[in-house]
Design a protein around this ligand. Structure first.
Ligand code: IMP
Ligand code: ZN
Length: 347
């Protein structure tokens, strides 16, 4: 069943957009995953997991492990980073905060640093091609993710790497991974260090019901939160009182069954309460979506007008991890896009 209308999708594709929650290895094209699976001679039993269809949250994490088996070397990492940036640019995303978990793979001579440099190279190559083709420009920054399977030392290594690479486009730290694993106290010291180093912080929070952890995360006061699906009334009130913006990913939450249906998604109550919300894709490859589709789905589920869609898109600029001057540039770009669309309508 299609949860959006084609006419609205066209409008959403023309809308300039900001993507703030996209995982590199979750955003691979289907065709790229298949190509890499063949090239790496992936075990056929694992290939089955790649076939599309609704997946539970735990099946998604199995799928990520499979994708990680086929995106192992530096050249592939650079290639996929470049392709993912191009895909977001083609979807009229004007600013992308891509996130990825730095990986150590001694068999490929890969360290967390060399992995991250391979990602940065792919991002730069795509942006260079975009500028050369005089196509739509896309600005990109990188967040480094701490995986919940990692221990305190590994988390700190990622933070130190991010701090060293700030001048190369790394702007923040994310905490993600299987929400049923690990303990908040393991990563909190590294996250405190990230804050001390001037990095911004976003946390995957309340993907499953874990009130003690969600409360600790809210008290930590990250710059943004992701998901916030499983809250009780007390936590919801606490969350509202913090005013921390939330990255919300409709398809991801529905497909993984964290939320029952699109109209019941918490995007709408958060939005209606005036809480800052940002529409994002999470894993556009794994969930067969795009940011334009997420906007079109929101339009249908919550009966948003085109003006509201525009306002939601533009408001995301305030919540990027950019400095004020860079945010101002993006606002100007949105204004130019608005004037261009109006002129096209009148001609
Ligand atoms: P990567 O960091 O580029 O390898 O992207 C895939 C990784 O992102 C997964 O292995 C998870 O750690 C994380 N991830 C992707 N989607 C989700 C999600 O919905 N919840 C929590 N973690 C996620
Ligand atoms: Zn995520």
């Amino acid at each position: 069943m299609q949860h959006y209308c084609e006419e609205e999708l066209k409008f959403c594709q023309a809308l300039p957009k900001i993507e703030l929650h996209a995982h590199l290895n979750g955003s691979l094209r289907d065709a790229t995953i298949r190509k890499l699976a063949i090239k790496r001679q992936l075990d056929p039993s694992l290939t089955k997991l790649i076939e599309k269809g609704d997946r539970t949250l735990s099946e998604c994490f199995k799928l990520f492990d499979v994708i990680h088996q086929i995106t192992t070397d530096h050249e592939t990492i650079t290639g996929i980073a470049s392709e993912v940036v191009e895909d977001f640019a083609a979807d009229n995303v004007r600013y992308l905060e891509l996130r990825t978990t730095p990986k150590t793979r001694s068999e490929h001579g890969m360290t967390k640093r060399s992995y991250t440099e391979a990602v940065l190279k792919g991002m730069q190559e795509a942006q260079g091609r975009q500028r050369a083709s005089k196509g739509r420009s896309i600005a990109v920054r990188l967040l480094l993710s701490i995986d919940r399977r990692e221990d305190a030392a590994a988390a700190l290594e990622t933070v130190q790497l991010a701090a060293e690479l700030q001048s190369r486009g790394v702007v923040g730290i994310d905490l993600s991974g299987n929400p049923t694993l690990g303990q908040w106290s393991t990563w909190e010291p590294a996250l405190q260090e990230a804050r001390r180093q001037g990095l911004k912080i976003t946390l995957h929070a309340a993907e499953v019901y874990n009130p003690a952890e969600t409360e600790a995360m809210l008290h930590f006061r990250p710059d943004r939160l992701g998901h916030m699906c499983c809250l009780d009334e007390r936590l919801e009130a606490l969350h509202y009182s913090t005013g921390i913006p939330v990255e919300l990913c409709l398809s991801s939450n529905i497909i993984t069954e964290s939320v029952a249906s699109y109209p019941e998604h918490h995007f709408h109550p958060f939005y209606s309460a005036g809480h800052p919300v940002i529409l994002c894709t999470d894993d556009s490859g794994v969930f067969s979506t795009s940011l334009s589709k997420e906007f079109a789905i929101a339009a249908q589920a919550f009966q948003f007008s085109r003006l509201q869609l525009w306002q939601i898109s533009e408001a995301a600029i305030d919540h990027t991890f950019l400095n004020e001057e860079e945010k101002q540039d993006l606002r100007k770009e949105f204004e130019n896009a608005r004037l261009k669309l109006q002129a096209e309508k009148c001609s």
